[in-house]
Design a protein around this ligand. Structure first.
Ligand code: DGJ
Length: 724
């Protein structure tokens, strides 16, 4: 059970697994003391001695001791020389903020964050610190929550201007975590289009290290996440702290190694090109950041995140629920289709047992390639003369659900929408706008644009009867300006865009509760905890090559569970890499996520069509285990030729194990893989081979896995405990 203890100025949040401890310093600066395994109590003088604080608690601001003091929400300019969490410019031009504690409250429940996604607070204890800068009247509410069921703490900051004059907030981060030592490695996820979320690990050294996005989205290139791992921590063992931002826009995630051998981790909205005018009486809500603690390695951190998102973030109506096996038309026919062709694809998919047929890009305006029509969401009668309604009906007549693609945040210069509303896009008046993929971005900060998007998506869903919507977003911001915002608010645009987008997502998911929304952004370019509040799954990457997907899904799984990763079998040679991999391996890898196909089933060989039928049946039977089991990563594609993972049922009665070997070798040796997460006291039958082994043997000695003699060979085994 989560609880909050308060004694002699020490504030202690704890549950069965972890503690988070802070205290009030003389003068009111809130100091951070501890985040780690559960403690009975913590004596501040012990730890604060390291920060130069005398045993009686006194320390001297004049002597710049703030530069050593571990703090909850520091600011720069009044003695702390490190990067701070908050900067606000007063009318006199000065930017210093001196926050002192003026109140500690324990609200009955975790407050929702106005306009922003955040973890839901059922089963948690909530705390609020009220801080105030007397000079400007700026108040900050620091909200904390600790959950009953996860080794996690959520934090957020709300700024309120109680002063008489307007302030300009130029930095308002969500999280500062001051750690007493710098003996950590920093783990981040970064990459590119079709190479998302590769794992990078580097030692924390004095100075700054981290990742950031200024693209208007969390991005393909970096993820709003970081982990601090002890240098000896690995997948299964050691201390790891993960931090993730529940936000989909510009962010920074960085660690500063200090002169005093301490480390400061910071996470929040990127302050570059950010300025928020806070009028007297106005408030600014910074997004939520969550911290997860693990003393069971990186794997333990991941399972902490997975449980947190499943229990507290993902749309409730989809958690634990079956996801339809889908076939998406994109790689099967791209823009080249008509009604009969789509229906033929759907019919072949239906024969294999597929449950949902998704028509991807190219059905609207005059869109035969990516140069036109975004924003013109009327059906292209040349391709679909019977409209969305007739196509939907024909697909449903085959026993399938119907799904559709849209890219609602975008506008093509070559569109009726642009001709009617040239000022609706993000642009700088008087400067030529730069297109990417021949398109511009709608200014989602505008109410009229938000209303247009809600209307367009609602009409499309109603006309088509679609029960699935793939929400794509294929370019980042440039020429960042809004026609409606006054000059002093132009730098608010990226965050206002996110607020507008979140509002639209909320309206649509409320209005269409039974529609499965899948997020997408050139693949996984906005795969973050912010979007996952609205959409339960995200197209993981445009790269459908099985070997590349091993890396991408492995990296993604550091933070996100299998159920959130859209993962499809595609044709070979693979369209992104040109590689030919066996059908069974493409399937084994796609089993690591929300499963589907990305090909034209009419073009499959009879053998592959037959295999597809068996695959769909297997996917259905194993869905709960694959999507909602506990994940243990076993072999890393970043470290060698093998990728392996196992997903284990909560009662450890069943598991599903996947192993992929990238390159074959002459004179091969069968891999011996130690499984994890099983019950060592039980025996398990490998369903596919009929062999029975003890859990202890599988976990401690390993499972020998002979593989076919080819590149990208794999095994996919289901294990069932035999309790007799
Ligand atoms: C990018 C997506 O990631 C693809 O899956 C596909 O939907 C295309 N956009 C369509 O334009």
């Amino acid at each position: 059970m989560a609880e909050i203890l308060r004694e002699n100025g020490v504030i202690h949040l704890r549950n069965d697994a972890i503690s988070y401890v802070m205290c009030e310093m003389p003068g009111g600066v809130p100091a951070h003391l501890y985040f780690g395994p559960r403690l009975e109590r913590l004596d501040p003088k012990n730890l604060l001695r390291r920060a130069g604080v005398a045993a009686d608690g006194s320390y001297s601001v004049q002597e710049c001791s703030l530069d050593r003091l571990p703090q909850e929400y520091p600011s720069f300019g009044l003695g702390d020389m490190r990067e701070g969490a908050l900067t606000a410019q007063a009318p006199d031009g000065n930017c210093a903020v001196d926050l002192r504690l003026v109140g500690v409250e324990t609200p009955g429940e975790k407050p929702a964050l106005e306009g922003l996604p955040a973890t839901r607070g059922e089963g948690c204890a909530a705390l609020r610190l009220r801080l105030r800068d007397e000079h400007t009247g700026l108040e900050v509410e620091l909200n904390y929550a600790i959950y009953d069921d996860c080794p996690a703490v959520a934090r957020s900051a709300k700024l309120i201007n109680t002063g008489a004059a307007a302030l300009t907030v130029t930095r308002a981060l969500s999280l500062c975590l001051d750690l007493p030592d710098d003996g950590w490695d920093l783990i981040t996820l970064s990459g590119s289009w079709a190479r998302e979320r590769a794992i990078h690990r580097r030692p924390v050294t004095q100075g700054h290290q981290g990742v950031s996005s200024r693209r208007g989205a969390s991005s393909l290139q970096v993820s709003p996440f970081m982990a601090l791992a002890r240098p000896d921590a690995n997948e299964a063992r050691g201390e790891v702290i993960g931090a993730a931002l529940v936000y989909s826009g510009n962010f920074i995630a960085e660690v500063e190694g200090t002169q005093y051998e301490a480390a400061r981790a910071l996470l929040g909205i990127n302050d570059r090109d950010f300025a928020w005018r806070l009028e007297s009486g106005a408030a600014f809500q910074a997004p939520e950041a969550v911290l997860v603690y693990s003393d069971r390695g990186i794997g333990g951190m991941s399972r902490g995140f997975h449980r947190l998102w499943e229990n507290h973030l993902l749309p409730r109506r989809w958690v634990g629920k079956a996801r339809p096996v889908l076939l998406n038309s994109w790689e099967g026919c791209y823009f080249d289709f008509d009604e009969d062709k789509l229906v033929a694809m759907a019919a072949a998919a239906a024969k294999a047992g597929v449950e949902l047929f998704v028509m991807d890009d190219g059905w609207f305006g005059h869109r035969d390639d990516d140069t036109t029509s975004l924003g013109d969401w009327g059906v292209d009668a040349r391709k679909l003369p019977g409209g969305l309604g007739r196509l939907g009906e024909r697909v449903r007549a085959l026993g399938l659900q119907f799904g559709i693609w849209m890219e609602p945040e975008m506008i093509s210069p070559e569109s009726d929408l642009f001709r009617a509303h040239p000022d609706w896009c993000i642009h700088i008046p008087g400067r030529e706008s730069i297109t990417a993929r021949h398109q511009l971005t709608l200014d989602m900060s505008r109410q009229d644009v938000q209303d247009f998007v809600v209307e367009a998506v609602s009409t499309t869903l109603k006309d088509s009867g679609a029960t699935y919507l793939k929400w794509d977003m294929n370019r980042n911001f440039s020429n960042i300006g809004s026609a409606l915002l006054p000059p002093e608010r132009q730098q608010e645009l990226p965050h206002r865009y996110m607020l507008g987008l979140y509002s639209v997502m909320q309206r649509l998911t409320d209005a269409f509760p039974d529609v499965l929304f899948e997020g997408c952004s050139s693949g996984g370019g906005r795969f973050d905890a912010g979007m996952l509040y609205y959409v339960p799954q995200f197209w993981c990457s445009d790269d459908t090559d099985a070997l590349m997907r091993c890396r991408i899904q492995y990296g993604t799984s550091l933070v996100f569970p299998a159920s959130t990763m859209g993962s499809h079998v595609s044709a070979v040679p693979n369209h992104q890499t040109g590689r030919v991999t066996p059908m069974e391996t493409r399937f084994a890898v796609a089993m690591g996520g929300s499963f589907g196909y990305e090909l034209d089933p009419c073009k499959l060989s009879d053998a592959d069509r037959e295999a597809m039928r068996a695959q769909v049946a297997f996917a259905g039977r194993t869905q709960d285990l694959r999507l909602y089991g506990s994940l243990y990563r076993l072999c890393s594609p970043y470290e060698g030729n093998l990728t392996a993972w196992i997903s284990v049922a909560p009662d450890k009665g069943e598991a599903i194990f996947t192993l992929v070997r990238a390159m074959s070798q002459p004179n091969p040796v069968a891999p011996l893989v130690r499984l994890d997460g099983l019950d060592p006291a039980r025996r398990y039958r490998i369903v596919e081979t009929g062999e029975v082994y003890g859990g202890d043997e599988l976990m401690r000695s390993g499972l020998c896995c002979p593989l076919g003699q080819c590149d990208a060979a794999s095994v996919l085994y289901t294990l069932k405990a035999v309790d007799e």
